[in-house]
Design a protein around this ligand. Structure first.
Ligand SMILES: [Zn+2]
Length: 340
C-alpha cells in the first residue's frame, strides 16, 4: 500500500509502505475511507518538534474493517469505524473514568501512520466505534472530523465547564477552535465569542453558533471580552492554540471561578502559579479523550444535527498529501481532507 512519510521538515512524500498486518490478536486492519492533515501535524512539518528520522504520519482515520485478530469481539469485518488518535483498551481504570488518552495500554496512532491506504488499529474493541451502517460519501467529512478535531473541541468545552446559559470565549480559529464553538453551542451556551481575524473562519464560526466575533488579540482581546461581559469575564474559555500568548489571553478572559479548557499542545507556555492562585480559575487540559465522546458525536452527525466536516475547505487525493500540508502551513486551507 501507499502512505505519507515525513522525511524532514517541509518534506512529506507519498510512498510505498508495507501493508499493515495483524500483529496482536486485539488488532484490526481498516481500509481507509478518508483521512486528513491535523494542525498538530504541522509542529513536525515546521520543524518545531524535532524530526529525527523518516516516519509515517497522520492520526485521523475512518474506514471499513477488513480483518480482525482472534481476540477481537465486537468489531467485525465490513463495519465502518472511527477511532481516535490514541488506541485505548476501554477497560483500564483511566478508560473507565473517561480518560482514554491516559489508557494504561495506549498506543499513539501517529506512529502507525493514518495518512495511508490502510491502517492497523491496536485494541480494536476499545478504540473503534462502528456507525449504524456504512455511510454515504457526503457524510465522510463529518464522521472523519469526529476522529480528532470535533472530539478535541468538544473536550475543550467540557473541560472549560460550558453549561446551558454560559458565556463562552474561544481562543483560536483553527479547525479545533471552530468546532469548539460548535461544541459550546451544542452544550447550551447562550453567548459564544469567537476570537478570529480571518474572515472565512469568522463566517464558519458564525455558522457553527458564534454570537460575537472578536478580532483583537492579546490584552486588547481580553479587554474586548471584558467589554462584552460587563467587566465580569467569560464563564468558560476554550484555548485551542497552545502558545503562551493564547494561554495568557484565555486565563485573563475568564471570570473568577470560571474554567479554561486547553487543548492546543503547549509550546513555550509558562504559567505563573501565583497569578493562577489569585485568578481563582479552574484549568483542565490535555490530549482530548475523544473516544469518550465518539458514540454521542457519531449520533449527532448521523441524525444530521451537526455538520463538523465544514471545517474541511480543501479536498485532495491522498497521493497529494504533501500539498495538504503545504496549504495548511501557509494558511491557504483550514483543514485538508484526503481521499485514498
Ligand atoms: Zn485503558
Amino acid at each position: 500500500m501507499r502512505g505519507a512519510i515525513l522525511h524532514a521538515p517541509g518534506d512529506v512524500r507519498f510512498e510505498e509502505r508495507d501493508d499493515p498486518t495483524i500483529v496482536e490478536p486485539t488488532d484490526a486492519i481498516i481500509r481507509m475511507s478518508a483521512t486528513c492533515v491535523c494542525g498538530s501535524d504541522l509542529w513536525d512539518y515546521r520543524g518545531i518538534n524535532k524530526v529525527r528520522e523518516a516516519a509515517p504520519t497522520g492520526h485521523e482515520y475512518c474506514g471499513i474493517v477488513e480483518e480482525v485478530g482472534s481476540d477481537v469481539r465486537t468489531i467485525k469485518p465490513g463495519q465502518f469505524v472511527i477511532g481516535s488518535f490514541f488506541a485505548s483498551d476501554g477497560t483500564c481504570p483511566h478508560c473507565r473514568a473517561g480518560y482514554q488518552t491516559a489508557c494504561a495500554n495506549r498506543v499513539p496512532m501517529a506512529v502507525l501512520g493514518a495518512q495511508a491506504e490502510a491502517l492497523r488499529v491496536p485494541l480494536a474493541d476499545g478504540t473503534l466505534v462502528a456507525t449504524p451502517e456504512v455511510p454515504d460519501e457526503a457524510m465522510l467529512p463529518h464522521l472523519l472530523a469526529a476522529s480528532d478535531v470535533l472530539g478535541t473541541g468538544w473536550f475543550a468545552a467540557v473541560a472549560a465547564g460550558v453549561l446551558p446559559g454560559s458565556t463562552v470565549a474561544v481562543v483560536g480559529d483553527g479547525a479545533v477552535g471552530l468546532l469548539g464553538v460548535l461544541a459550546a453551542k451544542e452544550l447550551g451556551a447562550e453567548r459564544v465569542i469567537a476570537m478570529s481575524r480571518h474572515e472565512p473562519r469568522q463566517k464558519l464560526a458564525t455558522e457553527f453558533g458564534a454570537t460575537h466575533i472578536v478580532t483583537e488579540r492579546g490584552d486588547d482581546g481580553v479587554a474586548r471580552i471584558e467589554d462584552l461581559t460587563d467587566g465580569i469575564g467569560a464563564d468558560a474559555v476554550l484555548e485551542c492554540v497552545g502558545t503562551d500568548e493564547a494561554m495568557a489571553q484565555a486565563i485573563k478572559s475568564v471570570r473568577p471561578g470560571g474554567g479554561v479548557g486547553f487543548v492546543g499542545v503547549p509550546h513555550g507556555v509558562n504559567l505563573d502559579a501565583r497569578q493562577m492562585f489569585y485568578s481563582i480559575v479552574r484549568l483542565q487540559g490535555g490530549p482530548a479523550p475523544v473516544r469518550r465522546f465518539l458514540p454521542e458525536l457519531i449520533d449527532l452527525i448521523w441524525t444530521g444535527r451537526i455538520e463538523p466536516g465544514k471545517v474541511f475547505d480543501l479536498e485532495l487525493p491522498l497521493s497529494e498529501v504533501a500539498e495538504g500540508y503545504a496549504a495548511m502551513d501557509e494558511r491557504r486551507a483550514i483543514k485538508a481532507f484526503l481521499r485514498p
